[in-house]
Design a binder for this molecule. Structure first.
Ligand code: B16
Ligand code: MG
Length: 224
């Protein structure tokens, strides 16, 4: 295997390509209020990159209510949240693509570097369509086909496999701790975008997506 040769970049969606966390927050808040459970934006940080059912468990935990409901009731609650979330997603337009992402994707395309989306969201294809970003990617992971969510490496490994690239030749870009752990466990180089304290384990942390730039990343990658 050729080492230190960047062949693909695998992107998380929520928090990297667009800020859909604000819609997740509104939808979970609706449910938490209904259940009388405290929930605020700070607690919402814990849900980033975490699957839908695990997010519900974390919310119920905050109200000491995990054992109050049957699995069937929990599935109904998660479905109700998702229906509301899906309505909110209709507000997304191409203007909501985060800064620098278009330019970075163009740089990757021009350099012949492959791209994939590794989101645990079952709504990822719809969001990418709303953002008009779907055409940029060589592969979009199907969360339903990946048994273990982040922090397990499965979704990043699936992206590499479907791109036909070794994980060691990939960079993974994430905004959440669970996602950085998944990238590291997959054997890719992890790049975090956002607040440092939330991504201690990232190989490289950038303050914003606007700082994603191929030349600089290649240099880091070769030194890694
Ligand atoms: P859904 P990512 C994740 O997306 C979100 O960060 C997380 O908050 C959400 O619970 C999860 O997707 C599942 O999303 O309910 O739409 O299937 O960061 O992996 O792109
Ligand atoms: Mg994310």
């Amino acid at each position: 295997m050729e080492k230190n040769n960047l062949k693909a970049v695998v992107f998380d969606l929520d928090g990297v390509l667009t800020d859909s966390a604000k819609y997740h927050y509104q939808a979970w808040k609706m449910l938490a209020d209904k259940l009388g459970i405290p929930f605020d934006e700070e607690y919402n940080e814990k849900l980033k990159g975490v699957s839908r059912m695990e997010s519900l468990e974390l919310i119920l935990q905050n109200g000491n209510a995990q054992d109050k409901y049957t699995q069937e009731e929990k599935v109904a609650m998660a479905t109700e949240k998702n229906e509301f979330y899906k309505q909110l997603l209709h507000q997304i337009t191409p203007e909501d693509v985060l800064p620098g992402i278009h330019d970075f994707l163009e740089q990757l395309k021009a350099a012949g570097i492959k791209t994939a989306v590794a989101s645990v969201s079952h709504n990822a294809p719809f969001i990418l369509e709303r953002l008009e970003l779907d055409k940029y990617f060589d592969y979009i992971c199907d969360a339903a086909q990946v048994p273990r969510a982040k922090p397990f490496p499965d979704i990043f490994l699936s992206a590499a496999q479907n791109l036909g690239v070794e994980p060691a030749n990939c960079i993974g870009v994430e905004d959440a701790q669970a996602g950085i752990q998944a990238i590291n466990a997959a054997g890719m180089m992890s790049v975090g975008v956002g607040i440092k304290s939330q991504m201690q384990e990232a190989k490289l942390i950038l303050p914003s997506t606007a700082k994603l730039e191929l030349g600089m990343l290649k240099e880091y990658f070769q030194l890694a």
